[in-house]
Design a binder for this molecule. Structure first.
Ligand SMILES: Cc1cc2nc3c(=O)[nH]c(=O)nc-3n(C[C@H](O)[C@H](O)[C@H](O)COP(=O)(O)O)c2cc1C
Length: 193
């Protein structure tokens, strides 16, 4: 079992966050979850479900631990609290920029800052298009400092036929970057039923 910090921000892609969390919990991993205020609103809008209702589905799970993004006293804020890896899914350009510049004024950003300083895997599922030079420079800064930039780009070669399939496969790819092989992961060259 791995301890994974999962941050959710106000970029588009709440369904991906949901799939990542589900695959982690299904795989027996511990999810330490924190969302930004805008992230909560975008999730409600995109999933057409109030954030509190969506969250309540997970709160009863013994391996789901929820943090408040304003709580800088939360355990994720300290390098002494050992998590195995962190993912921010989806990751807004705003949050990306703050991490790239060390502006650790919320728990998500502080936790990402900690992952970098402790040399733990940090996967940023960045979503924006097109990308400005500022976005690209911030991505380069973070890549050069150990983060993995993983835009949710579909694996078209798997010939997906539904959006759900694309989301599940992309989430499985995210898990792989966290060092976890999900049951849903499809490997090129292997036969699938
Ligand atoms: C419906 C909706 C979709 C958005 N999608 C994106 C997106 O894909 N990428 C992005 O960088 N910002 C997106 N934004 C803007 C961010 O939510 C905004 O920059 C916000 O300040 C990010 O704050 P946060 O990183 O603290 O969550 C979106 C906003 C809304 C309302």
């Amino acid at each position: 079992m791995k301890k994974i910090a999962v941050g959710l921000t106000g970029a588009s892609g709440s369904t991906l966050a949901n799939s990542v969390i589900k695959q982690l919990l299904d795989g027996g991993h511990e999810v330490h979850f924190v969302a930004t205020q805008v992230g909560e609103k975008v999730l409600s809008y995109e999933l057409e479900t109030p954030y509190a209702t969506w969250l309540s589905n997970y709160l009863s799970h013994p391996h789901f631990i929820k943090y408040d993004n304003t709580d800088l006293f939360g355990q994720l804020a300290s390098g002494s609290y050992s998590i195995d890896a962190m993912v921010i899914v989806p990751c807004s350009m705003g949050t990306l920029g703050k991490i790239a510049h060390g502006i650790s004024d919320t728990l998500i950003i502080r936790a990402a800052d900690v992952a970098l300083k402790e040399k733990r895997p940090l996967v940023l599922v960045t979503r924006e298009t097109p990308l400005s030079g500022i976005h690209l420079q911030n991505m380069l800064t973070l890549t050069q400092n150990g983060a993995t930039i993983l835009p949710p780009v579909p694996a078209y070669y798997n010939r997906p036929t539904t959006v759900d399939e694309i989301v599940t496969q992309t989430a499985a790819r995210v898990l792989l970057s966290l060092g976890i092989k999900s049951e849903s992961h499809r490997v090129w060259g292997e036969t699938h039923a």
